[in-house]
Design a protein around this ligand. Structure first.
Ligand code: ATP
Length: 348
């Protein structure tokens, strides 16, 4: 990416908003001593992440904010913005691809500074990452300080090598390496501190894993048991249903039988009633006949009595006859005949 614009507002001697445009080719900034040429370099260093105020020719951060003069009030904010442009779109911190990127650093009096990329607030590290990685500025830009040109001419080859390394910001990378190694050592130390805790947690995790395994096994077994129970219950249900069906069938048969027996019983009852009726008739007739028989027997008795009377009468007649015969035979003796006759009449 190419630096195309620099914007300063309230930064050091730049009290008013100032825009500097960098066209292709060489751009020279000229001015009398103390006009602020080096302040522009400071601004570029600052926006590119310089942390050491000493390197920006100051003692404290507030030295970067316009301090004011007889004519202009001091500023409470120092702003520096840079605009980068590229023919191709460049991925910016995973926030999308852009062909122009504006980076801004703002310092408020009494506060720390903040970075913005395309008007979104970012961390200092993110801005640094953008300059070093996305914009690849470390490979393309070098700041040669005032008076360094003369010094370069007088430098030994070793010093020149050192200067080139600085220009290529190898020093930054070396510092980064040292920082990273220190960070790594710190991380290792913390890891060592964490280790026993981690081992303890691992033990707990293993225990929990075992418990989870047991629980899962238990659940599996529970499901199997449920399935078996369902199977058993289903079989039992089928058996009971078959039994119930057979009982129902038997019950229906018995009901039919009961109905038929009932009909039979009703028929027998009807027959019995009929027979009873007939029996009553027979009894009635028997009683009638008995009565008749009594009557007949009575008549027979009377007849017998009569017959006996007739018999006696007959006997009497026969006796009378005998007497009459006697009388006849004894008529000869007149007196006696009269007597016998009387007797026969009396008998009758
Ligand atoms: P030379 O060519 O002599 O080095 P120069 O053009 O580089 O000069 P600078 O060093 O950039 O000039 O600017 C120095 C000027 O900036 C001084 O006048 C100084 O008072 C002014 N200055 C620096 N810091 C501030 C500030 N915080 N507020 C107001 N003015 C400031």
């Amino acid at each position: 990416m190419r630096l195309t614009k620099l914007y300063l507002n309230g930064f050091k001697s730049f009290a008013e908003p100032t825009h500097l445009i960098f066209e292709r080719g060489i751009t020279a900034i000229v001015g009398p001593n103390g006009s602020g040429k080096s302040n522009i370099v400071d601004a570029i260093k600052w926006i590119m992440g310089e942390r050491r105020i000493k390197n920006l020719r100051g003692s404290v951060a507030e030295d970067l904010i316009f301090a004011g003069n007889d004519n202009v009030r001091r500023s409470n904010i120092a702003e520096v913005g840079v605009l980068f442009e590229d023919e191709n779109e460049i991925e910016v911190l995973g926030k999308g691809k852009f062909s122009t990127v504006e980076v801004k650093r703002v310092l408020y009096r009494g506060e720390r500074s903040f970075f913005y990329i395309n008007n979104s607030r970012v961390l200092e590290k993110e801005a640094e990452y953008f300059f070093n990685t996305s914009a690849k500025l470390s490979k393309r830009y070098a700041i040669v300080e005032q008076g360094e040109v003369e010094a370069i001419a007088l430098m030994s080859p070793r010093e020149i090598a050192r200067m080139i390394m600085d220009a290529a910001q190898v020093g930054v990378f070396l510092q980064n390496k040292v920082d990273a190694e220190a960070e790594l050592a710190d991380v290792r130390r913390r890891l060592e501190e964490i280790d026993p805790y981690l081992s303890e947690k691992k033990l707990i995790r293993d225990k929990l894993a075992l418990e989870v395994e047991k629980k899962l096994k238990y659940q599996e077994l529970e499901i199997s048991v449920k399935r078996l129970m369902v199977g058993i219950n289903l079989r039992k249900y089928k058996e009971l249903k078959a039994e119930l069906d057979s009982i129902t069938e038997r019950k229906e048969k018995l009901l039919l039988e009961i109905q038929s027996k009932k009909a039979e019983s009703e028929m027998i009852n009807n027959n019995l009633i009929e027979i009873g009726r007939e029996l009553n008739d027979v009894i009635q007739k028997y009683e009638d006949v008995s009565h008749e028989k009594g009557e007949v027997e009575k008549k027979l008795l009377e007849t017998n009595l009569k017959m006996k009377g007739h018999e006696r009468e007959k006997n009497d007649y026969e006796t009378c006859g005998n007497y009459i015969y006697c009388i006849k035979s004894h008529c000869v003796n007149g007196l006696q005949t009269k007597c016998y006759f009387t007797y026969a009449v009396r008998v009758r």
